[in-house]
Design a binder for this molecule. Sequence first.
Ligand code: ATP
Length: 364
Amino acid sequence: MKVVLKNLTKIFPSRNKKQGDEVIAVNNFDFEIPDGKLIGLLGPSGCGKSTTLYMISGLQKPSSGRIFFGDDDVTDLSPENRGIGLVFQNYALYPHMTVKQNILFPLQNLKGKDRMSKDEMLEQAYNVAKLVQIDNLMERKPSELSGGQQQRVAIARALAKMPRVLLLDEPLSNLDARLRLQTREEIRRIQRETKITTVFVTHDQEEAMSISDMIVVMKLGVIQQIGKPQDVYDDPKNLFVAKFLGTPPINVFKGQVKSGVLYLDRDAVLKCPGVPDKDVFVGIRPEGFIPDPKGALHCALSSVEVMGRDVSVVSTHPASLNPLVRSIIDADVQPALGTREVTFSVKPHKIFLFDAETEERIVL
Ligand code: ATP
């Protein structure tokens, strides 16, 4: 089921005059989620991710704009009539019910032509329980389950009605690091098997990048960029997107373009013909540095951190906007580093220029 948002906007009025202006939580969203894909809504706290999800679910009414599931305009439908499955961060299971009863609950409330017999309901409950691999826990209460298992039950409950669209609001936030990784792989598997169009909200860029077919990067209610995770990482539209994606984060420098050459302080690091003389911000991905005695970028070496497969060379540079410059070097090709200075050449496709005023990317 394809989902289309057309000029979707949500404005929260200010509670009182002293608190200032109204909040435009979601500003004119216009995009299509292709049928059967998993899309990650990604951005820092307050950027409007949950509000977007709640409007798709029907829990919140848009101030303007329309929402379509396939060709159906669902904007004015209640959540029950949209055919959605919702999973929250805190699982929201009924504590007094067993796992089986929790999964059966939405099926027992089906009305009209959707009503199911008892046997059909049980069969469906076991089918989804098997899918999320909790069919051996059906008689337990939520308090007798781990966090990861509880979240699987919540997903099974959301899937029981075979929703047209699955909506996940920070579903992994309450899990510890290992379970988070495991559960996110599970969600990906379940989504691939069921092919249900899924919207996944997270503030964690790594999570969004690893799980999504497409990510929507948002800031203060405005879409910054939409695309495949790797494409957005490799080709960020502005400084915000470049900084938001990637661990360790991109290194940002203040630079100047003079006569078609990019300078970081006194280091002439890149030819950029056609770019007029101006101040720029420069982003270099950690994997974009090559230790090179003849390299143009001269940094003062702070430390070398061995991380197994890779080595992190930590240094400083007068044009860096961060206290430290972090580069990731393949441990196999790690050359002998000087004790005081380290010089790098820079991989051209790992260096990005941004206008110093607008912070928009200058495409070379
Ligand atoms: P988080 O990751 O912290 O959950 P988010 O990206 O999901 O953040 P939203 O919860 O969608 O962000 O909020 C977007 C903006 O709308 C924020 O500025 C928030 O304060 C505001 N907002 C959300 N709900 C309401 C409300 N009911 N009344 C007024 N303002 C609201």
